[in-house]
Ligand binder design. Structure first.
Ligand code: SAH
Length: 281
C-alpha cells in the first residue's frame, strides 16, 4: 500500500543532490515525513547496518546500496562512502543517504556532509530520532525528568580507533552529569563504569542497557553501575545497545508502557518516592 503524504509543499529531491537522512532508531513508524518524502523520490539509497528492512521496502524504485560498517573500522572506509556519494551525485542520481537514528549524532553524518559540500554537491539534512532519546523512550525511560536531572550527557563508548574514548574526561562527566547516555558502549563498559565509580558515582546507581530499541527484538537489561559489565556478559547482550546511567532509569518502574500495554501492572507508581502527584509544583 502506498500511503499518500499529507498535502504540503514537499521538497523535491533533484538529480545531482544528496539528502542525508536519519531513519530513526528502528521502528519504521519513527521516520519523519521528510524521510518518507525522500524515500519516494530517491533513485539510489545508500544505507547503514542499523536501518530496518521495512524502511528500505518503502523505496522499491531505488537501487539499494549497503554501506554498513560497525565501529572500530579504519576511517578509509568512511572516506570511500563519502566519495561514493560524490560520484553518484555527479552522475546525476537522486541520492538518499539513510543513516540510523539521527545523521548528526555519532553517525559520521557531519563528515559525509562536509565532503559533499567540499566537492560542490548540494545537500539537504533530514534529522531523525536518535536512539539515545527515542530508544530510551520505548524502554520507558525519560532522558530528563525534573526530579532527577537538568542536563543529560550523550557520549560514545569508543573513539575512531575503536579504543575506549581516551579524550573523554570521565571524572568530569561523573561529577557534572546526573544522567549519562552511552552510544557504542558495550565493548568498554567495564572500563567506563570503573572510571565513573572511581570518580565518585555510586556502584548501586541504576543502569539500563536497551538493545535493539524500538524493534521487535527490543530487550532491556536492568542492572547497576557496579554490576553492568558482568550482567551484560551473563545475559549475552549483543549490540546495538544504548546504556543509560542515572536515577532516570527508575522511572521505568512506572513508565514501562510496553509492559503495561501487555497487561502487566506498573511496578511502582512513584519510583522516585516524591509522594506527590507529578504534575503539582
Ligand atoms: N546516529 C545514530 C547513532 C549511530 S552510532 C543515532 O542517532 O541513534 C551506533 C550506535 O547507536 C550503536 O552502537 C548503539 O549504541 C546505538 N543504537 C543505534 N540504534 C540503536 C537501537 N535500535 N537500539 C539500541 N542502540 C542503538
Amino acid at each position: 500500500m502506498k500511503t499518500r503524504l499529507p498535502s504540503y509543499d514537499w521538497p523535491v529531491l533533484e538529480a545531482g543532490w544528496v539528502w542525508l537522512c536519519g531513519a530513526g532508531p528502528g521502528d519504521p513508524g519513527l521516520l519523519t515525513l521528510h524521510a518518507l518524502n525522500a524515500l519516494r523520490q530517491a533513485d539510489v539509497l545508500i544505507y547503514d547496518a542499523l536501518v530496518q528492512e521495512a524502511i528500505l521496502d518503502w523505496a522499491p524504485q531505488a537501487e539499494h546500496i549497503y554501506a554498513g560498517k560497525r565501529g572500530g573500522k579504519p576511517s578509509a572506509i568512511q572516506r570511500d562512502i563519502s566519495l561514493r556519494l560524490v560520484d553518484l551525485a555527479r552522475a546525476g542520481r537522486r541520492v538518499l543517504r539513510l543513516k540510523g537514528g539521527d545523521p548528526f549524532v555519532f553517525g559520521r553524518g557531519g563528515e559525509e556532509a562536509q565532503t559533499l559540500v567540499q566537492h560542490g554537491v548540494p545537500i539537504r539534512i533530514i534529522p531523525g530520532i536518535s536512539a539515545g532519546i527515542g530508544g530510551l523512550a520505548y524502554a520507558g525511560i525519560p532522558v530528563t525528568h525534573r526530579d532527577v536531572n537538568q542536563s543529560v550527557t550523550f557520549v560514545t563508548g569508543h573513539d575512531q580507533s575503536g579504543n575506549a574514548t581516551s579524550s573523554l574526561d570521565w571524572a568530569a562527566i561523573a561529577k557534572g552529569s546526573q544522567v549519562i547516555v552511552i552510544y557504542m558502549g558495550m565493548k568498554h563498559i567495564g572500563q567506563i563504569s570503573a572510571s565513573l565509580i572511581a570518580a565518585g558515582r555510586d556502584a548501586s546507581e541504576p543502569v539500563a542497557v536497551v538493545t535493539s530499541a524500538t524493534t521487535d527484538q527490543q530487550n532491556v537489561l536492568e542492572t547497576t553501575l557496579g554490576t553492568v559489565e558482568a550482567d551484560i556478559a551473563k545475559a549475552g547482550v549483543e549490540p546495538p545497545s544504548i546504556i543509560c546511567i542515572g536515577q532516570a532509569v527508575r522511572m521505568r518502574d512506572v513508565l514501562n508502557w510496553q509492559a503495561q500495554a501487555a497487561g502487566i501492572a506498573p511496578r511502582n507508581l512513584d519510583p522516585l518516592g516524591r509522594g506527590r502527584p507529578a504534575e503539582t509544583a
